[in-house]
Design a binder for this molecule. Structure first.
Ligand SMILES: [Zn+2]
Ligand SMILES: [Zn+2]
Length: 95
């Protein structure tokens, strides 16, 4: 189950919403370079395929980075993956 929660960037202090983890029917990938999101429908993923196949399906981000299943969300302002959860923001579960 995926979660969406508040996040505070450790580099620039920017607050943003971070989404991580797969939902029931979709896999969420993040670009390893800029943190851009890419949703892949699990219906498009061959049965029992591994992460690598899912990543090949996702292809490359416009920035040239590869989408990765386990790449972290990044701060939209400074692109840092160094952030902490915001305890004041409610976490949401999707699916
Ligand atoms: Zn930042
Ligand atoms: Zn990117």
């Amino acid at each position: 189950m995926g979660t969406e929660h508040g996040a505070i960037c450790n580099s620039c202090g920017h607050k943003f919403r971070a989404r991580e983890g797969p939902s029931m029917i979709r896999e969420l990938l993040h670009c390893e370079r800029c943190g851009g999101e890419r949703w892949i429908s699990l219906l498009d993923v061959p049965f029992r395929s591994d992460d690598k196949e899912t990543e090949e399906l996702a292809g490359r981000c416009a920035c040239g980075g590869q989408y990765k299943v386990h790449a972290r969300a990044r701060c939209p302002r400074c692109k840092s993956s160094d952030w902490r959860e915001d305890p004041e923001e409610l976490a949401l579960f999707y699916d």
